[in-house]
Design a protein around this ligand. Structure first.
Ligand code: ZN
Ligand code: ZN
Length: 424
């Protein structure tokens, strides 16, 4: 059998969990005054290419752009489109072209992103993206890191901690790269060809290599922390101090992995413990030079993503989704022909009082209707019959107290309100 593609098909039974997650994270974003931006799922390949390959060498760029899912078009005038693999590049474009670069922007977005996995299979994943554009202050990156931690805590991941490191600046990064290449040359035999070449191209590369000797050698290799310039070192120490004071646990991770390597200085991951393993649920960093590559304008920026699929499965495994209390709902059925208009008018009247309803679509006997009303979680039901209507009455059943009575049409709404009050 062909293996199913990894696309989201979220059934009604699970949608409330996604909504509760989205609602909680939006509440925290609102507290920090972040504004939502809604991005197209389709993006211009050429712009993406420029952004993704910024600060990469050609070989590594090919590896990363190979993850894009492109839609070819026979018409050469139409630029090649890709399914969005992330949102940062797009946001930078909109800020420069439409929102202006003269002030600080706090922006978030969430929704499906698309990439090819290691086996070239297309994968859809839900992601939250948060960007603070227009400030290079230490305060701004600590705001963003603190915000990410607060969202994790709000969602119930109380044990989340930070893995942090610095990728240095244009002054100290080349010094580290040189030290790494010197180390690689001296220890070439201890690495497999793949790791050697990948690390030579990008010393931040962290191959998921299973060879003991590679892993061991990487651990023994030079660390950027030992090569940071005084300014980067000072900034990094301030980040650690501020996060410690905010009671956010952190570990310095010398081998932090970043998929899109356009970061400089502070980089971080949000991590939780699952089944004895450290699981990265999101992360980000500062990317002061990316906008220049894409738009020609320098905008200092810092941002992060949260992988909502990973968070969703952790929250599910930990039993952290709490089903909301059932909505008060009234079942409306008719047992005579030609009462459709009355049935729908009754429904409208209840909706005007913010009472939820379920409309029975067919004529059925009372027992069958009552059973359906219960199955649908209704606490009350209204039965319309011609012979009652002629006397100006309807049958109202209280399904919680197992009581029923014929009441005047004008009394229907107040009686239903009484049942609602009693059950809530
Ligand atoms: Zn530096
Ligand atoms: Zn290796």
């Amino acid at each position: 059998m062909k293996k199913a593609l990894s696309f989201h098909e979220i059934m009604p039974n699970d949608v409330w969990k996604w909504k509760s997650m989205e609602c909680q994270l939006e509440q925290v974003l609102e507290l920090y005054n972040y504004e939502e931006i809604r991005l197209s799922v389709l993006q211009d390949y050429n712009i993406l290419y420029k952004g993704i390959t910024a600060l990469l060498d050609r070989e590594e760029a090919r590896e990363i752009t190979g993850q894009l899912i492109n839609l070819s078009h026979p018409d050469e005038d139409v630029s090649l489109l890709s399914l969005r693999p992330e949102g940062t590049i797009n946001v930078l474009n909109h800020v420069v072209a439409r929102l202006g670069t003269d002030k600080i922007h706090r922006i978030f977005y969430h929704g499906p992103m698309f990439r090819k996995d290691a086996n070239h299979k297309p994968v859809e994943f839900y992601q939250l993206g948060v960007e603070l554009l227009g400030s290079d202050s230490i305060l701004s990156e600590n705001e963003v890191i603190g915000l990410g931690m607060q969202i994790c805590h709000q969602l119930g991941l109380k044990d989340a901690w930070l893995d942090i490191n610095s990728f240095g600046c244009n002054t100290c990064r080349p010094v580290f790269f040189e030290a790494m290449r010197k180390f690689l040359d001296e220890h070439k035999k201890q690495f497999c060809t793949e790791c050697y070449e990948a690390l030579y191209r990008n010393p931040f590369h962290n191959a998921e290599c299973l060879e003991e000797s590679c892993l061991h050698s990487i651990q023994q290799g030079p660390r950027i922390q030992d090569h940071l310039c005084p300014k980067c070192k000072d900034n990094f120490n301030r980040v650690k101090k501020i996060q410690a004071n905010l009671a956010n646990n952190y570990k310095v991770n010398h081998h932090i992995i970043k998929n899109f390597s356009y970061y400089n200085e502070t980089v971080f991951d949000f991590v939780v413990q699952t089944n004895g393993h450290a699981t990265v649920v999101g992360g980000g960093g500062r990317y002061d030079f990316l906008s220049n590559q894409i738009t020609g304008k320098q905008i200092p920026a810092v941002g992060f993503y949260l992988n909502l699929d990973v968070i969703y499965s952790i929250l599910t495994a930990r039993g952290l989704f709490h089903e909301p209390s059932p909505t008060f709902r009234v079942y409306i059925c008719s047992q005579s022909e030609e009462l459709e208009i009355m049935q729908l008018q009754t429904v409208q009247e209840l909706h005007d009082s913010n009472i939820s309803t379920i409309i029975s679509s067919d004529l059925k006997d009372t027992d069958a209707e009552t059973k359906l009303a219960r199955q649908n979680g209704c606490q009350a039901m209204v039965i319309l019959r011609s012979e009652n209507i002629r006397e100006g009455k309807v049958l109202l059943k209280n399904l919680v107290k197992e009581k029923q009575s014929y009441i005047a049409l004008s009394e229907l709404l107040p009686e239903i309100e009484l049942i609602r009050k009693a059950v809530q």
